[in-house]
Design a protein around this ligand. Sequence first.
Ligand code: NAD
Length: 479
Amino acid sequence: MHDQLFIDGRWQAPTKPATIDVYDPYRETAYHTVAAGGAEDVIKAAAAAKRAFPAWKNLGGQGRAVYLRAIASELRSRAEELARLSSRNNGKPIAEARIDLSDAANTYEYYAEQAVALEDKQNSAVAVPDSAFASRLRLEPTGVVGLIVPWNFPLVTTAWKVAPALAAGCTIVLKPSEITPIVELEMGAIAQRVNLPPGVLNIVTGTGLDVGAPMTTHPDLAKISFTGSNAVGARVMAAAAAGVKSVGLELGGKSPIVVCADADLDQAVECITGGIFFNAGQMCSATSRLLLAREIADEVMQRVIAAARALRPGDPLDEATTLGPMTMKAQYDKVLGYIERGKAEGLRLVTGGGRYEGMNHGWFIAPTIFTDVPVTSALWREEIFGPVLCTRTFETEEEAVVLANDCDFGLVATVMSSDVTRANRIADAIDAGHVWINSPQVIFVETSWGGFKASGIGRELGPWGLSAYLEVKHTTTRL
Ligand code: NAD
């Protein structure tokens, strides 16, 4: 496990010696320390990225694709080892960590192809209505970019930013979450292994205040792409405003899952439980508001409660574990706080409701469900980011859509109905960046990721993810 900063192609100690403890959430113990970087290290990393930028940009898409494919190949060849590193630090069951590795590798492969396609598009002629002129298009990298990521899907959230930024020709200062830096630092080792030119990818570990904030004001960072909470996202945007920096924001969610009376109930139970209990509910895309057609509500709820109780807490590295602990103590306390608030509000608790009983250690929360939750409740309106499901019933499709959209966020949604026309009608009416119909939350790298309303600004993945790191430039010549 690495513990230093990765700057200019080398492992380096932070300018001011300081460390951060890294925790194992299953054992509740610190098991490693990493460097606590500071503003001086951001300056060093940005300078290295700036030096590396011209050559990386001029390498062209074909040349950059070679490195992206090599990164994907490294991730695949080390997948099991990296999944285990991630599982231990994050607390996610090993099977879920393996999915992360595969998603990350797919992302680098996809953007390798996008880099090649980008090269093919350069200097394409643009039709103009006056034959005395000719115009051509170039798509140029934004420059040195600052990427700030959270702790719930390490390596994946990172890949969604690093891969398109590299494909576009940008060079990078990456700040992993201080909670889950272990597997993110392996990207430095991978960069060395694939001989990525020094300075193209720099990784500075540290806190949000010591590393993240100086990134948002550094004059040489042309863009900040941030994934995290709304509170910090707003701060990032305000700080970036002073330097007129471009920002991409992937923020929170409080997403609905609408289950119509004609839904396949086996599929509905699978999608409801997966949508809220995967990664112990620590997902921006958690479908934490369940809207059930009244006719089927009792039956579905009984089955969902049974599925929730069947989840097996345990050592995340044990293949039999299906429910991990919260990744950090602060999140554990926050989720318990919401549960207590729900009880104090008099909400109807049908399962769970606190720490997972019988677990001697680990920040485990029992999968929790409140029913008939009023729309005014904080539990209905605010992102909890844990295994807490709130439910309501609806009578008509129109009512379901109104309830689904009555929310500050608009990240994702799920619709369950055996009538595909109806499901699509509901999907089209919901304000969300990605809607699944009768499907678990599959995310194809070809489709977009990002939200309406307070869920953020911009889109990741697909060609939109690449555009986020490109400037559009036309050159027009009088003939
Ligand atoms: P967070 O906002 O606390 O931290 C995110 C990152 O920002 C961390 O690396 C942190 O160190 C850094 N940071 C903190 N203060 C900063 C500052 N002042 N300036 C710059 N950087 C700063 O979020 P978190 O608790 O790590 O993650 C959970 C949140 O992330 C949830 O709200 C979740 O919905 C959101 N999230 C969104 C998506 C998405 O794609 N929309 C994906 C994953 C997580």
